[in-house]
Design a protein around this ligand. Structure first.
Ligand SMILES: Nc1ncnc2c1ncn2[C@@H]1O[C@H](COP(=O)(O)OP(=O)(O)OP(=O)(O)O)[C@@H](O)[C@H]1O
Length: 309
């Protein structure tokens, strides 16, 4: 697919955030500049895993993200919340350049992964999406066996070789492949449910099992960051609870960023929360507890208490 994304590749070094007076509570009428400065003080230990600076996204002439800057810490869960159409999914897709696939999308600004600008012309998109994996709203397993779903990525990337040719050339990695399949299914809390039917078609699994399989498939290519776009919105409460537990476990090893419409879910599972509001603005970003218990912005308070959105 052709890529028409416009990228600003200017390198400006580490982001400089100005500290502002947090006593300035905002109202709906205040300018974006004032509103966006609210969360400038959110600080965490260590270097950011992802650092986004002045990110603007347009679809044709329509703006979807407006000057978004945010640093995301490693090995934690970051929730992205906000009303429908405020740009959460667009933002998520910028983090592994999935928006490159959308012809009308124009991306300006900077996204750094471990300090490296991911929008440089020479970035290998396959490698980027391997490191920054994605799990979608609706479970989308391949119409293949459970084993093949997990082994797909490692086979494609040449990490394992199986099959007749591999057997004939003595490079058969069947054992290693099974080890990867088991490890990833265990990490996705699915192994116990499927260990005796690895060769069954994945489409025979329940919705919740399919979603955990998709997470296991994502883990199989050894990601560092996992982007999740409403991963539980199509699931029943029991399956949702399993995904939530899994997300919290994954955050011990991975950097997880989750878009969710469910504010209780954001409050339950995330360490920090970013609130986007209409117009594609990131209005507030802070510890999840702070966002839900004592947000700086009146608009955020109205949103998290359900007064609008
Ligand atoms: N592929 C696209 N082409 C054109 N416009 C798009 C495209 N994807 C999103 N948009 C527009 O960009 C804006 C932000 O959409 P986005 O899906 O990122 O928001 P969202 O907050 O994730 O919404 P939701 O919560 O409903 O999924 C919306 O106005 C949407 O219509």
């Amino acid at each position: 697919m052709s890529e028409t994304t416009t990228i600003d590749t200017e390198t400006t070094g580490e982001s400089q955030r100005t500290t502002t007076d947090k006593s300035q509570r905002t109202t709906a009428g205040e300018s974006a500049e004032t509103v966006q400065s609210e969360w400038a003080e959110y600080q965490f230990e260590g270097e950011p895993k992802l650092s986004v600076e002045s990110l603007d996204v347009h679809y044709g002439d329509d703006r979807a993200l407006d000057d978004v800057s945010i640093d995301i810490p490693e090995e934690s869960v970051t929730a992205l919340i906000g009303p429908s159409g405020c740009g959460k999914s667009t933002f998520l897709r910028c983090l592994n350049r999935m928006n490159d696939r959308i012809r009308s999308a124009t991306v300006d600004g900077q996204v750094r992964y471990e300090g490296q600008d991911i929008y440089r012309d020479d970035v290998d998109l396959v490698e980027l999406r391997q490191r920054v994996g994605m799990v979608f709203q609706s479970p989308n397993p391949f119409p293949k066996s459970i084993r093949d779903n997990i082994a797909y990525g490692p086979r494609k990337h040449g990490d394992v070789r199986t099959g007749l040719l591999a057997k004939l050339t003595g490079r058969d990695d069947e054992e290693r492949e099974l080890e990867i399949v088991e490890r990833c299914l265990r990490k996705a809390a699915l192994w116990d449910e499927v260990e005796d039917r690895l060769d069954d078609n994945a489409l025979g699994l329940s919705g919740g099992q399919q979603q955990r399989l998709c997470i296991a498939r994502c883990l199989a290519v050894d990601p560092d960051v996992i982007l999740m776009d409403e991963p539980a919105s199509a699931l029943d409460p029991v399956a949702t609870a399993k995904i939530e537990d899994l997300i919290e476990e994954l955050a011990e090893e991975y950097t997880v960023i989750v878009v969710t419409h469910n504010m209780q879910q954001a409050a339950r599972i995330s360490d920090q929360t970013a609130v986007f509001l209409t117009g594609g603005q990131l209005v507030e970003y802070d510890r999840t507890e702070k966002i839900f218990e004592n947000p700086e912005s009146d608009r955020v308070e109205d949103y998290v208490t359900g007064k609008f959105g």
